[in-house]
Write a protein that binds this ligand. Structure first.
Ligand SMILES: [Zn+2]
Length: 423
C-alpha cells in the first residue's frame, strides 16, 4: 500500500523486470510532448511490440495510462495505432515552498498538470513550531478533497530555504530563518499525513523547475541564481542536479567576494550573501544611517529604522537617494563577480536569474552580464545564454513537485502493481 512506504525505504523495494519495462514505457510516454502509440513506444524503447502491448494492457488496467482517442473512433482504430498518455487522475503530488517571504503550495496530477495553488505570508519571528504548523495548514488546504477519504496523494515534496539532508529529510540549517536548525521535517510531515515526503533545497528545486517546465527546457548545463534574503545557486550538470558529498553544492551566497565589516550569518566573513542579499542591504543601510549618513530612507520610515524594508530602499533609490543607489549598484557588481567564478568553474550553457533579481532594476541583468563577460574566460562565455525566469512565486513548489514525480516514475514508488498483475 502506498501509504506505508516511508521516504527512506523506497530505494530498498525490489523491482522486477516487468516493473523495469513498465517504468521505461511510462517514462517514454511522460517525457513525450505528444501522446505516443504502442508502435512508436516500441521504436523508441527497443522493447518488442508484443511485450509493449502486454504491459500497456497492465498499465491501462491499473489506471496509469489511458488511450487518447475520441469514444466514437475507439472501435475502428487498430490498438497499436491508438495514442497513449499518462492518466493524470490516477494520483496527485503536493509541492510546498518554504520561503522567508511566502509559503506556496501546488497540487500537481500524475501527468504533471497544475491542479491547484495557494500562497501565504508567514511571520517567521513566531518560531519553528509556527512555521511547521503553517506548512501543515498549507498541505491541508491544497490537499483538501484529495487526502481523505480518497487517499490519492502519492507523495509530498518540500522546498526548504537552507541546507538540507535529502537522504534523511532533515532541514539542517538556514541562515535566514532563526532557529530553523536540525528539523526532521520529512518525518514530521510524513507522520502527520501518512504520506512519503522528500525535502529539497530551494535553489535546486527552482533550477529543476526551470529545466523541466521553464525557459531552461532542453538545457543540460544550467545554473539558477536565487536572490532574496538569501543567495543560492541550483546547479544542473549533464542534465542532472548537482548535490555534492554533503548536499551543500550551490551555496553560492557563501562564496568569498570581498572583506566586509559585518560577519556573515554562516560565521565567515566577506560572503556574497553578507554583502548584497536583501537582508544584508537592509542591515547596511540601517547601520549607515545610525552612523550619521543622511538618507531619504529615514523619512520614508518616519524615523523608525526597524521599519526599513527592501521595498523602502528601492523606493529611496528611485528618488535618487545616494546611499541606496550605491548599495543597489553593488548587487550587480558582486553578483557579477560571483557568477564569473561559477562560469569559469562549471562552464554552463545558461545562467537563469531569479525574477526577483530582475525586478530590482531594468539594467541590473545587463550589468551582471557585462561583468561576467569581462571577468570570465572568453571561451567559457562564448555561447553562454542569460535568461530571467518566467515562473512566478510557485517556482520552488513546482520544482519540488516535478522532483517528486520523477521519483515516483523512476522507482515505481506508490504503484499499485498487484491489481492487474494477470491481465
Ligand atoms: Zn556566509
Amino acid at each position: 500500500m502506498i501509504h506505508n512506504i516511508s521516504n527512506r525505504d523506497k530505494v530498498n523495494k525490489k523491482l522486477t523486470q516487468s516493473d523495469l519495462d513498465k517504468i521505461v514505457i511510462l517514462n517514454t510516454i511522460r517525457k513525450s510532448s505528444l501522446p505516443l502509440t504502442r508502435t512508436k513506444i516500441a521504436q523508441i524503447t527497443g522493447i518488442r511490440l508484443p511485450r509493449i502491448t502486454h504491459y500497456v494492457k497492465n498499465l491501462i488496467c491499473d489506471g496509469f495510462i489511458i488511450e487518447d482517442i475520441p469514444q466514437q473512433k475507439s472501435n475502428k482504430e487498430p490498438r497499436k495505432n491508438i495514442p497513449l498518455k499518462i492518466n493524470g487522475q490516477k494520483g496527485f503530488v503536493i509541492g510546498i515552498e518554504l520561503h522567508p517571504d511566502w509559503i506556496s503550495g501546488v497540487l500537481v496530477d500524475l501527468a504533471g498538470n497544475l491542479v491547484k495553488k495557494t500562497t501565504k505570508k508567514p511571520d517567521l519571528s513566531k518560531g519553528t513550531n509556527y512555521i511547521i504548523d503553517m506548512l501543515i495548514g498549507t498541505i491541508n488546504e491544497i490537499g483538501e478533497g484529495y487526502i481523505l477519504p480518497e487517499k490519492k496523494i502519492l507523495k509530498i515534496g518540500i522546498s526548504d530555504p537552507g541546507l538540507v539532508d535529502i537522504k534523511k529529510g532533515i532541514s539542517i540549517f538556514s541562515t535566514i530563518i532563526d532557529g530553523w536548525e536540525n528539523i526532521p521535517l520529512g518525518d514530521i510531515i510524513s507522520e502527520k499525513f501518512k504520506i512519503p515526503v522528500i525535502i529539497e533545497s530551494a535553489p535546486r528545486a527552482k533550477a529543476w523547475a526551470e529545466k523541466c517546465i521553464g525557459a531552461g527546457k532542453d538545457v543540460n548545463n544550467l545554473i539558477f541564481i536565487e536572490y532574496g534574503p538569501g543567495i543560492g545557486a541550483g546547479i544542473i550538470m549533464d542534465g542532472k542536479l548537482f548535490y555534492g558529498t554533503q548536499y551543500t553544492a550551490g551555496e553560492f551566497g557563501h562564496t568569498y567576494i570581498k572583506e566586509n565589516r559585518q560577519p556573515c550569518t554562516c560565521g565567515a566573513s566577506g560572503c556574497l550573501e553578507s554583502l548584497v542579499s536583501t537582508a544584508a542591504i537592509i542591515k547596511h543601510v540601517r547601520s549607515s544611517i545610525e552612523e550619521g549618513t543622511v538618507s531619504s530612507v529615514s523619512e520614508l520610515v518616519d524615523g523608525d529604522l526597524n521599519n526599513i524594508t527592501f521595498e523602502v530602499i528601492l523606493k529611496a533609490a528611485k528618488m535618487k537617494d545616494k546611499l541606496c543607489m550605491n548599495h543597489l549598484d553593488e548587487i550587480g557588481e558582486y553578483i557579477g563577480i560571483g557568477i564569473a567564478n561559477l562560469v569559469n568553474l562549471f562552464n554552463p550553457e545558461m545562467i537563469m536569474f531569479d525574477n526577483q533579481l530582475a525586478q530590482i532594476d531594468n539594467f541590473l541583468i545587463t550589468t551582471i552580464e557585462n561583468i561576467v563577460k569581462r571577468r570570465a574566460l572568453s571561451q567559457a562565455t562564448k555561447s553562454l545564454k542569460f535568461e530571467v525566469s518566467n515562473i512566478g512565486t510557485e517556482k520552488g513548489a513546482l520544482g519540488v513537485s516535478v522532483l517528486v514525480l520523477d521519483q515516483i516514475f523512476k522507482t515505481a514508488d506508490g504503484w499499485e502493481r498487484s491489481v492487474c498483475k494477470n491481465v
